[in-house]
Design a protein around this ligand. Structure first.
Ligand code: NAP
Length: 589
């Protein structure tokens, strides 16, 4: 760590947190950075530091302690660093300290200033914005069953339409780009349109989805949902979805299955230790988070969808006022209150510390200090349910007692110190979780199609529809034997093992009927190799239903083997496509 900061005083006791293989290595006496923030920042930070310290002391009996190191951003930084709202040494300290937490910051109005939050994300490459959203008993909510909401949103932070590649209508740059798009790429759009670019890369998408899946693994989560509008924006949003599935398959193949496999191969029963990777169109996701929120767990989104979705879901369970968040990269994590500086309440000791408080809970979990984190999450609903709340909740709860920020912190600390049976509460929560997962599983087993429709699943690639229980036969088998296999299994085709040139083949009932009868052959002495069609027309699992339908028509065939890494892993037929359209409809693209 840099020894010579100008204004930052590193606590003399305490050790630095490090990162090994992307995971924080946290000593028992870690140094953690904090930024007090502007406006209401000092009020909520003061209260939260006391609560976090009390939770750690209670959970570890003095064995562990956070050594706080104040770093400066925003107005406080400007006062100390000659008007500089975002000093270089603060960025360096956040990098050195690895884990930090910050209150809200005022973005100075006027030209020449980057938003401080944007500056932090860019300078520290904090590419994942992580927002857990769950309901705490007692917190007012517009939903009938807000307890069913418990998701963690991983929003990509560095790409999408937020990269600022925008050209104002009428500007010379806009004219140049419009001319290029029209003349070179035959693009069509109205005259005088403002133009923006939406970059979505494999690199950016994969590192975000990788983090989301890793989180799901580390926290025993059930599924990761890739949220996108790939039906409309195929090469950006659709590509995000495909790259997401690719990461799951290539890097987490042993611990993930697709939703298609869940319903197909596993008949709706989720195998132990496997996380389901699924995807949803963004607009359906908004509906689902109101109608069937319990179906969703970890969400991975691009920047714009994630921005809308995280605030909308937070509003379902008590408003953005208490929603926590963090911006996390490979080497640094900055946890933060998600609301602003609420300047009219600055210094009044009045506002709700919930957003910063739960960001700290996330931080404790990130550090592996879940016992301290659990103490806070378990005690919080008890205090709120007793009607001890800040002004914002008091105005929504009949008979509530409005208290100040610091008095709310006192009540929480007092409750923690009064003794909480964390183990018993955690066990009860776990049992409830298992019960709910079982109920969902039973619904999938009993009514798979209804469940798929009710949970917003729309198949869109052949991988979603293919039959995996393939029958393969060797080319030296006799036709008579294979006819028996087909009849016994009720299938109309079999896949034939590769020949000497490595080409897979296919043998259909129609091949047998036409070639045996017209060729006047004896089924007992004719081999599969003689009648099989080779090479097969096969496609990757990601092939869209539209492209598959076009191929079937063009090649005048009725089934397509699905290949992956040189192997045939399934088969999709015209009947499968027909059934899918019948069950799920066909949304116009
Ligand atoms: P805001 O500060 O979030 O305040 C809007 C309203 O939200 C407040 O008036 C208050 O509602 C409620 N609120 C916010 N925090 C609360 C809390 N802790 N407890 C209870 N109620 C709370 O949004 P803003 O007024 O649009 O923005 C003010 C400044 O904050 C701007 O300079 C903006 O740039 C900055 N900002 C910073 C961040 C950040 O640093 N992460 C984020 C957003 C905005 P009532 O009036 O109904 O009581």
């Amino acid at each position: 760590m840099s020894a010579s900061y100008r204004h930052i005083e590193v606590p003399p006791r305490g050790q630095k947190i490090s990162v090994v293989d992307g995971k924080p290595q946290v000593p028992d006496q870690p140094i953690v950075g904090y930024v007090e923030g502007d406006g209401i920042g000092p009020d909520i930070t003061r209260a939260c530091l006391r609560i976090w310290d009390a939770a750690v002391a209670k959970a570890y009996g003095g064995k562990r302690q956070i050594h706080w190191c104040e770093v400066f951003l925003g107005e406080k930084a400007a006062r100390l660093y000659d008007g500089n709202y975002c000093p270089d040494e603060t960025i360096q300290a956040l990098r050195d300290l690895v884990v930090s937490i910050k209150g809200p910051l005022t973005t100075p109005v006027g030209g020449g200033f980057r938003s401080l939050n944007v500056a932090l994300r860019q300078d520290l490459d904090l590419y994942a914005c992580v927002r857990p959203v769950r309901h705490y008993a007692g917190v007012p909510s517009p939903l009938k069953n807000p307890g069913k909401v418990d998701v963690v949103i991983f929003r990509e932070n560095t790409e999408d339409v937020y990269t600022g590649i925008e050209f104002k209508a009428g500007s010379p740059e806009n004219d140049k780009l419009a001319k290029f798009l029209r003349e070179e790429l035959q693009a069509r759009f109205f005259d005088g349109a403002g133009l923006g670019v939406k970059p979505i890369s494999a690199f950016g998408s994969k590192r975000l989805v990788r983090k989301a899946i890793q989180y799901a693994i580390d926290n025993g989560r059930e599924s990761v949902t890739l949220v996108h509008k790939g039906n409309i924006m195929k090469f950006t949003e659709g590509a995000f979805r495909n790259w997401g599935y690719e990461v799951a398959r290539d890097e987490f193949g042993g611990v993930t299955i697709t939703e298609e496999q869940l319903y197909g191969e596993f008949k709706g029963k989720q195998p132990a230790g496997k996380i389901v990777i699924k995807d949803r169109i963004a607009d359906i996701m908004f509906q689902m988070m109101l109608l069937r929120p319990e179906e969703f767990d970890v969400l991975a989104t691009m920047n714009l969808n994630g921005d809308y979705l995280s605030d909308a879901i937070a509003a379902e369970v008590g408003g953005v006022g208490i929603a926590p968040g963090a911006n996390i990269g490979d080497a640094v994590a900055v946890f933060e209150a998600t609301h602003g500086t609420a300047p009219k309440y600055a210094g009044l000791n009045k506002v709700n510390p919930g957003s910063l408080l739960f960001s700290g809970v996330m931080m404790l979990e990130y550090m592996g200090w879940s016992e301290a984190a659990d103490l806070i999450t378990l005690v919080y609903p008890e205090v709120v349910s007793d009607g001890i709340v800040t002004y914002d909740f008091a105005r929504q709860i009949d008979g509530a007692r409005e208290v100040s920020t610091s008095a709310f912190a006192d009540a929480l600390i007092e409750r923690m110190q009064g003794g909480v049976d964390v183990e018993a509460k955690r066990r009860a929560q776990q049992e409830q979780l298992i019960k709910e997962r079982k109920q969902r599983e039973i619904r999938r087993l009993l009514q798979p199609t209804e469940e798929m429709i009710a949970t917003g699943r729309v198949p869109h690639s052949v991988g979603d529809l293919m039959t995996r229980s393939l029958i393969t036969v060797a080319e030296i088998e006799s036709i008579e034997t294979v006819m028996g296999v087909m009849a016994d299994n009720g299938v109309s085709s079999v896949v034939v093992d590769p020949d000497a040139r490595g080409q897979w083949g296919i043998l259909t009932r129609r091949d047998i009927v036409t070639k045996v009868v017209q060729g006047n052959r004896n089924p007992a002495t004719t081999t599969v190799g003689e009648l099989a069609s080779r090479p097969v027309v096969s496609v990757p699992a990601e092939t869209t239903i539209r492209d598959a339908a076009a191929l079937l028509t063009e090649k005048k065939i009725s089934r397509l083997p699905i290949e992956q890494s040189g192997r045939i892993i399934g088969i999709v037929t015209e009947t499968d496509l027909f059934n899918s359209i019948k069950k799920f409809g066909w949304s116009l693209e």
